[in-house]
Write a protein of this length. Sequence first.
Length: 257
Amino acid sequence: MGDYELFKSKIFQMTKIDLSCYKERQMKRRIDALITKRGIKSYDAYVNALRTDVELMEEFVTYLTINVSEFYRNPEQWKVLENEIFPYLFERFGNTLKIWSAACSTGDEPYTLVMLLAKFIPLSRIKIIATDLDKQVLEKAQIGLYDEKSLKGLPKEFVQKYFTKIGSSYQIHDDVKKCVQFKQHNLLKDPYPSQCDLIVCRNVMIYFTEDAKKGMYHLFNDALKKDGMLFVGSTEQIIAPADYGFTTYRSFFYKKD
């Protein structure tokens, strides 16, 4: 294939995606498989192809970002969010919360947040920032059309109330879509939103190196208000949260000190 270090440097110049921040063995294996699938023989040839082929570049970024998502993933954690975290946040910050869903993929997560919040406040008062590196998945999120598999864990009341069945797919209602503002964002280089009450970043940190994660934990802390909350994925518990200005509030929920 050629020099992977040089390949990483060229990709950063082209895309501002720093492959050095991802676990190398796992990421290199994925990239090598993609290049081989395309019938390309070397990293240099692949970089040259990426420079001239927009669709190939979009495929590369999509493949890189490992988009695996579903509504209400790990239901017990969403129940903690509903029964403990939201009441705490409303009591601490009032009924208008600033929430950021980072690495939101196809929108399953921010839309789940909207549906849960609607148990407490009207949809008209819900505004969520949802970001992802991948422009293609953001476009899918804005369309809001999902297959049955994506919705399998979602409470039936939400499916009945907020979706319309179209053939074998489900279209989320416009009044839910209006609550979410989707933006492209690179967690490794772009400025983070500020003064957030809740940040949800789940099932993406596992792909980053320890050094990259440490930097991001500090940035998440900076992005939160004092006593704000960070919600992480089920395999992403933070070791020594105090090093980053957090205390453990519940499993997978960390409060900014």
